[in-house]
Design a binder for this molecule. Structure first.
Ligand SMILES: [Mn+2]
Length: 359
């Protein structure tokens, strides 16, 4: 990835007559350099590539990013923006771009103060757009990440029973993903039950699972940094008629949206398709409009699906489709798959069953 990503950055600099790009967004740092650590920055100029970090990471950067010149910001400059200003002066740069949606305001002011005469050009969404075109290797990692998450659905189901708490189940789920091959730390999982399932991003609690509860699991892991994100909802015991009805509508919403996801479709098209099954029912008022997002080195990235987004879906993007129905104080159902958009439709990377399971 990094080679392709770097080439795209260099080409962007040339095309836009920029002398350099200061990359502060952590996911963009990872994407461009293949670095796996934290707290680091890139400064790519027309003649050099600087990796700005501190002694906690210098050895690791030497292994992971050997083509970069490492700059320890504490040692010679005192702050990260001071490094950028100093290098710009040393290398005689006239203008540099920075990530305006990411750079801290205080860092921006420091950079401005220390780089008199240097033009600072705000850019946004540029590397994010590069990231939405997945390479073969990225797709392979995303597929592996989804495989792990799907395998763990089969495992966690066996642990779900009356009396076990949401936290216990969430801990088991994380453990299973590590044992199945995910990177060491899966990100925070949503595992909630009963009426709490209407909380879109509820946090696992000490509540014990009860007979008749929905259990909603929205989770995923990383494989070589690449993320999976899936949701399944099941019923502990026999589903009530209302649970069945809501599940069926939601299931249809999920399938309709996935069928609408294809090259050339807009975010709005997919959203409209997702609504068809719920329109005119009493549950229409309980949907949420954010129904999907790209996934890669970060869990929520472009393109986003919803009525206010302008994205057009293209080939080799990997994204989730996750409409849901959330009824306050009663419960919610969400089914989320992660799909690869291909030249002949989509491939669902989340192969865990989405038929209603009654445990
Ligand atoms: Mn999601």
């Amino acid at each position: 990835m990094s080679k392709i990503a770097e080439e795209k950055v260099i080409k962007y600099l040339e095309e836009n007559k920029l002398d350099g790009l200061f990359i502060s967004n952590h996911t963009n740092v990872k994407y461009v350099s293949s670095y796996t650590g934290d707290d680091s920055f890139l400064f790519i100029t027309k003649s050099n590539k600087y990796f700005i970090t501190d002694p906690r990471y210098t050895e690791q950067v030497g292994y992971e990013c050997p083509s970069y010149e490492i700059v320890e910001w504490r040692k010679d400059y005192g702050s990260v923006p001071a490094v950028v200003a100093g290098i710009a002066k040393k290398d005689d740069l006239k203008n540099i771009a920075f990530e305006s949606e990411d750079l801290k305001t205080s860092d921006y002011f420091t950079l401005k103060e220390k780089s008199v005469g240097l033009e600072l050009v705000p850019i946004a969404g540029v590397i994010e757009e590069f990231r939405s075109h997945k390479t073969e290797q990225e797709i392979e990692y995303l597929r592996a990440s989804c495989d792990i998450a799907s395998r763990c659905y089969e495992k966690i189901i066996k642990d779900i029973r009356v009396g076990v708490t949401e936290k216990e189940l969430a801990a088991n789920l994380s453990r299973y993903m590590v044992l199945e091959g995910s990177d060491s730390m899966p990100y925070g999982n949503i595992l909630i039950s009963g009426a709490r399932t209407s909380l879109l991003h509820g946090i696992p609690s000490a509540k014990a699972v009860e007979y008749g509860d929905f259990v909603l699991m929205d989770y995923g892991c990383q494989f070589n940094g690449y993320m999976s994100d899936m949701t399944r909802t099941l019923v502990v015991g026999k589903a009530s008629p209302k649970q069945k009805e809501v599940y069926e509508i939601e299931y249809k919403m999920n399938c309709d949206a996935e069928n609408a996801l294809k090259i050339g479709a807009s975010s709005k098209d997919v959203f409209q398709a997702s609504k068809k099954a719920v329109e005119g029912t009493e549950y229409e008022k309980y949907i949420y409009t954010g129904i999907g997002h790209g996934v890669g080195l970060f869990v929520h990235e472009i393109p986003f699906l919803g009525p206010t987004h302008e994205y057009i879906i293209h080939e080799n993007t990997v994204m989730t489709v996750e409409p849901g129905i959330y009824i306050p104080k009663w419960g919610g159902v969400r089914i989320e798959d992660q799909l690869l958009v291909t030249s002949n439709g989509t491939e669902n990377l989340t192969w865990a069953t989405k038929e209603l399971i009654e445990l």
